[in-house]
Design a protein around this ligand. Sequence first.
Ligand code: NAD
Ligand code: TDX
Length: 426
Amino acid sequence: MSEGRAAVRGLDPDRAAATAGPAAGPTAGLDQPGVDALPPAPHLLVTGGAGFIGSCFVREILARGDGTRITVLDKLTYAGDRANLAPVEADPTQAARFRFIRGDIADPAVVDPLVEEADAVVNFAAESHVDRSILDPEAFLRTGVFGVHVLLEACRREAERAAAGSRLGPRRQPRRAPRFLQVSTDEVYGSVPIGQAGEEDRLEPRSPYAAAKAAGELLVRSYVVTYGLDALITRGSNTYGPYQHPEKLIPLFITNALDDQPLPLYGDGLQRRDWLYVTDHAGAIEHVLRFGTSGEAYNIPGGMELANRELVAALLARLGKPWSLVRRVEDRPGHDRRYAMDGTKLARLGWRNRVPFEDGLTATIDWFRANERWWRSIRSGDWEAYYGRQYGARLSHSRPAPDPTADLAPELAPDLRTGPSRDEGR
Ligand code: NAD
Ligand code: TDX
């Protein structure tokens, strides 16, 4: 079994409990990257831990059974779902090391006591969908800027207590200040027409979502410089996998295709994204949390760059559905043409992604096929209003999208139909 398969295993909620138990951690098999910044059996505060990537982070760490305790603070917006944490709550040994609190990161009364108990805070909480940020930007700023500020203030207070010797652990031992990790995104660099963005490149966000993420990052940076906070930033690329909200490209197109519904491809479909499997994103975040240098940002690329229409062709081939489902619709305003990041800094820290794109895509499709109840319940209620607002007019003015496999020589077409290889995407 490849490492990729091993990481994919256990993501099915029904099987997770059966597969839980000691397993290779995200750092297993890598060069020793340095000193672990976390104490043994740490207590982590994971904000936004009921969402797509945050819940994967929680499930993966608790399934390891290494003594780590996790408190999740999540507002349960339309994007958060406690069902994403059901595998943890259903397993008594994991549940004993887990606590869920519903609340807002922008509320100091909730945040302060939780940060007081934590060895580290990992902030996944955000409004995360670019299209929604174009429709209604305000919530993006509230969580992405003010919410980050509240978390940072709580960490600053704890750092002051640690410096004064009054921050004590459960056995009244002196305790270090909490380490803070802000989960950010490749979108802060804006569109990257050629080459790859490095961590020192300028931030040039182009959507309200990306601007809120960039603002959150700048706040973190200011707390490192001004107050000496122990804080880091990760910039992950486009992430995919089980439990992703069906508003995003891959789950939207899988679930629409399963229902033989049209697939709304924006513009010419030649925008390029770099795809990262969710367990690799979660593993890299934990790796940076433990081994990263305070004050630094780390890119987390996926290593699989594809044009959207190539990705859609690969999805349809695996689903056994025809290209005729794909409709060319009006483009997203300000649509970033390409994201690409250099991953040298993270590789030097000792992290390697484990899940090849082919395995990740197959596992994702299998998961959505097997968990129809999960996605049908999300695609009900408010979903219809959102879908009508985002796609109603677009689909009624749509036209067929050119089939990317049609212009290829017949001997090349089968490769694309079964999905490009990992190396081809580099
Ligand atoms: P998601 O939308 O699936 O989950 C976000 C979670 O945050 C939800 O559970 C939601 O309820 C919670 N939340 C929102 N506002 C909150 C608030 N004010 N207080 C507490 N909880 C709140 O998002 P995701 O795709 O899992 O992304 C997680 C993080 O990773 C985000 O910060 C996002 O910017 C970043 N990111 C995502 C991707 C991607 O491709 N999905 C890539 C790079 C970075
Ligand atoms: O219906 C669609 N049609 C379409 O052509 C949707 C939803 C998307 N697209 C295109 C837009 C993008 O070029 O597909 C690409 C991927 O779109 P999204 O899934 O919306 O992701 P993106 O906008 O690239 O942002 C994602 O990656 C970075 C996440 O949603 C962010 O949270 C993350 O920070």
